[in-house]
Design a protein around this ligand. Structure first.
Ligand SMILES: *Cc1c(COP(=O)(O)O)cnc(C)c1O
Length: 358
């Protein structure tokens, strides 16, 4: 069975070397050597500073909102994984949706402008599937209206725009290291915090607000990454370049095929982007054909995913407001299988199944 992705696992020996070291040291969590090493290696690899490892990406978002003292309304996208919205609601904030651009799949800055009220405290955009948002326009809006910007950059491992990491945008960016993402620590994530003082504050916040023995400095939570998670990250970081290259080949095969198929479009990437080939979404204009394609692929044991479906403005626990572009896309999008060890034979098979339906 071919799924949309397959978790990348390291060579057992590589992982065991790290875990043996952890067991010998007897420090298995609380900012141990593995977490420290992974932090500095990731900062160097990604080209960022003030990177803080945490136990998962959703907590990274929640910590970011607390750190920036958000209140009231937060403008965000209806086209994302549910965690972008649910983390806001969980923190007692009110998500206000701004519709997306149909081509880039990202929030449209013009729509953001329409949603600003005196209660707005921040914007939470998503670089959907690792495609950079129009961050310059978003920054200009935020400056003018005194809003914070937190990027959900969950998909953006190793994504650059104009030769700089996209993770340096906004007041804070977060990334997810969940097992389904291209770089992972089983569960995990990180915050990239532009302001040095906020970064120091965040370190305390993810450890119950404790700073030194007997000193509780601020309100905190437990969001620490443990040593075994960091060991997983370290043992696959060495392989990441090769992994991305293999994905690139598959991405190219899909690209060549879908250029020529009528009625199917793909995501328009921002110019001058170094992409990480994390996802391959296709949009099937005709919804009947969409379901025919999905059924035909499943019959042959290929399981693409409807990322992202449903649109988040249709979630039951939120008031509904129409978002035409996000709802249009959510009804028509399929992410095709894409991972390093996917056989080219299977890619070609999937392409011909789709061609035969169309
Ligand atoms: C995966 C993901 C998250 C959540 O990250 P976890 O590490 O799974 O908690 C948030 N936003 C988006 C867009 C994601 O894809």
């Amino acid at each position: 069975m071919i799924q949309v992705t397959k978790t990348y696992l390291p060579q057992a020996d590589d992982f065991h070397q790290y875990t043996t070291e952890i067991m010998n040291s007897c420090t298995i969590t609380n900012h141990g050597k593995m977490v420290q090493t992974l932090t500095s290696r990731l900062e160097a690899y990604l080209g960022v500073k003030n990177l803080l490892l945490v136990s998962n990406g959703t907590l990274a978002l929640q910590v970011a909102y607390k750190l920036l003292g958000l209140r009231g309304e937060v403008i965000t996208t209806p086209f994302s994984f549910v965690a972008t919205t649910s983390s806001l609601v969980w923190e007692g904030l009110t998500p206000v949706f701004a519709d997306i651009d149909e081509q880039s799949f990202n929030m449209d800055p013009k729509e953001i402008l329409k949603k600003i009220t005196p209660k707005t405290s921040a914007i939470v955009p998503v670089h959907v599937f690792g495609n950079p948002c129009e961050y310059e326009a978003i920054e200009a809006i935020a400056k003018k209206h005194h809003l914070k910007v937190i990027y959900d950059a969950a998909h953006c491992f190793d994504v650059q725009h104009e030769q700089a990491s996209i993770l340096n945008q906004g007041d804070i960016s977060m990334i997810s290291f969940h097992a389904t993402k291209i770089f992972h620590t089983i569960e995990g994530g990180a915050l990239i915090i532009q302001d040095d003082q906020l970064y120091e504050q965040a370190k305390k916040m993810i450890n119950f607000g404790i700073c030194g023995e007997g000193n509780i400095e601020c309100l905190g939570i437990n969001a620490k990454m443990n040593e075994f998670q960091a060991a997983m990250g370290l043992s696959i970081l060495d392989d990441i370049q090769a992994n991305i290259q293999k994905r690139k080949r598959i991405h190219e095969l899909y690209d060549q095929a879908f250029e020529k198929i009528e009625g199917i479009t793909t995501q328009t990437k921002m110019k001058n982007t170094k992409y990480n080939y994390a996802y391959y979404p296709i949009v099937v204009e005709d919804t009947i054909r969409f379901h025919q394609i999905l059924t035909a692929l499943k019959q042959q044991n290929y399981h693409p995913r409807r990322y992202f479906y449903p649109a988040l403005n249709t979630i039951d626990y939120l008031p509904y407001e129409e978002m035409p572009n996000a709802e249009y896309l959510a009804q028509r999008i399929l992410c095709l299988p894409l991972y390093d060890s996917l056989e080219h034979e299977d890619v070609k098979n999937m392409i011909s199944i789709i061609q035969s339906v169309v």
